[in-house]
Write a protein that binds this ligand. Structure first.
Ligand SMILES: [Zn+2]
Length: 321
C-alpha cells in the first residue's frame, strides 16, 4: 500500500532547460514540430507515439537507448513515456505542450483495451517542467482542455453520491463527504479560471494547473477517481470506439459532461460556458453517434464493469421490477 505524490513542478522556459544525460525522447509529431526548435537536448533515441496500447509501447521501446526519458507533448506522449520509464527504471521528465489532460500529474497510463480505457500503474514524472509561453501558444482547442478533467467533477461526484444512495459504491469507493466538498471547491476554481485559461493568460493557466494538481492528489489520497470520473468519461470511452483513435480527450469528455449533467438534472449552463471559454470542440461527435452512444451506455457500463453511476440506469426501457 502506498500513495503516489504529484511530480515536482518547475517553471522554466523550454529554451533554458539543460540536460547532460542521453535523452530518450517520447513525443508526438505535431508537438515536436511546435516546440522541438526551442529545445537543446542530447537525444540518443526518439519515438513518435501514435497509439495507447501496451503492445505498441513495448514494441516501439524495444531499441531504446538513453539515461533519462523526456516526454514532450500531450496525454498520449506522457502516458507512453510513464510506461516506458517505469519499465526501464529510468527517470522521467515531462514537458507538456498544452494543459490538455491531467495525465502529466498522475501515476497511471491509460491504455485502450477491448473497447474501454484501463489504467496501468506506472509512475508520475519525476519532474514536470512548465513553460507558460509554450502552453499559451498551443492550439486553442487543446491549450486548456485539461479543464474537462475538472468540470467532470460536476458529473463524476454526482455519480458518486448517486451510487452511495443506491448502496452501489464498490468496496473501497465509499462516499466521503469532505472529499466531495473538496472536489466541489476545486470545480469552482476551474469554473473561475476557465475564461483566462482559455485565452492562454498566464494566471489562468497557473490556476488551471493548480486545480488539476489538487484534483489528482485528492484522488491519490482517497485511492480512486470517483470525484472526477464517472458517466461522462464512460460516454467518452464508448464514443471513442465509434470515432476511432485520434480525437482529443476533451472533444470526447466535453460533450459527455453536458449530456450526462443534463440527464442528472443539473444546470448545464455554467459548464457549457466554461467549456466554450476553453474552446473545447463540442460538435466533433456527430449527432447520430451521440445518440447511439447514449443508448448503449447502460450496457457498456455493465459490460466493462465500470463503477456505478447514472450511465448504468439511463434507459428508455421501463424498469422490469
Ligand atoms: Zn479524463
Amino acid at each position: 500500500m502506498h500513495i503516489w505524490p504529484i511530480p515536482k513542478i518547475e517553471f522554466i522556459p523550454f529554451t533554458e532547460i539543460e540536460e547532460s544525460r542521453a535523452v530518450a525522447l517520447v513525443t508526438s509529431q505535431p508537438a515536436w514540430e511546435a516546440v522541438g526548435c526551442h529545445l537543446h537536448l542530447p537525444l540518443s533515441w526518439q519515438v513518435d507515439v501514435k497509439e495507447a496500447s501496451q503492445a505498441a509501447w513495448d514494441m516501439m521501446s524495444a531499441d531504446l537507448v538513453g539515461e533519462v526519458v523526456y516526454a514532450v507533448g500531450g496525454g498520449l506522449a506522457v502516458d507512453a513515456a510513464k510506461y516506458i520509464a517505469c519499465q526501464r527504471g529510468l527517470p522521467l521528465v515531462c514537458l507538456p505542450t498544452a494543459l490538455s489532460v491531467d495525465a502529466f500529474l498522475t501515476w497511471a497510463s491509460g491504455i485502450r483495451q477491448e473497447g474501454c480505457v484501463r489504467y496501468l500503474e506506472t509512475k508520475p514524472p519525476d519532474r514536470l517542467l512548465i513553460d507558460f509561453q509554450i502552453l499559451a501558444s498551443a492550439p486553442a482547442s487543446i491549450r486548456a482542455a485539461g479543464i474537462c478533467d475538472l468540470l467532470s467533477i460536476a458529473t463524476g461526484s454526482w455519480d458518486w453520491r448517486y451510487a452511495e444512495e443506491k448502496g452501489m459504491n464498490p468496496p473501497g469507493m465509499d462516499y466521503i463527504p469532505y472529499a466531495d466538498k473538496t472536489a466541489a471547491a476545486i470545480l469552482q476554481g476551474a469554473l473561475d479560471c476557465a475564461e483566462a485559461a482559455g485565452k492562454g493568460d498566464r494566471d489562468g493557466l497557473k490556476q488551471l494547473l493548480d486545480c488539476l494538481a489538487m484534483e489528482v492528489q485528492l484522488c491519490n489520497q482517497i485511492g480512486h477517481a470517483r470525484p472526477e470520473e464517472g458517466s461522462e468519461h464512460y460516454f467518452a470511452y464508448a464514443a471513442e470506439n465509434s470515432m476511432g483513435k485520434g480525437l482529443p480527450h476533451g472533444d470526447l469528455v466535453g460533450p459527455g459532461i453536458l449530456l450526462i449533467a443534463a440527464e442528472q438534472g443539473q444546470d448545464i449552463q455554467p459548464l457549457r460556458q466554461a467549456l466554450e471559454a476553453c474552446r473545447i470542440p463540442l460538435g466533433n461527435i456527430p449527432a447520430e453517434v451521440v445518440q447511439a452512444t447514449m443508448a448503449q451506455l447502460p450496457h457498456y457500463a455493465h459490460q466493462h464493469d465500470l463503477p456505478f453511476g447514472i450511465a448504468h440506469t439511463l434507459s428508455t426501457v421501463p424498469d422490469q421490477h
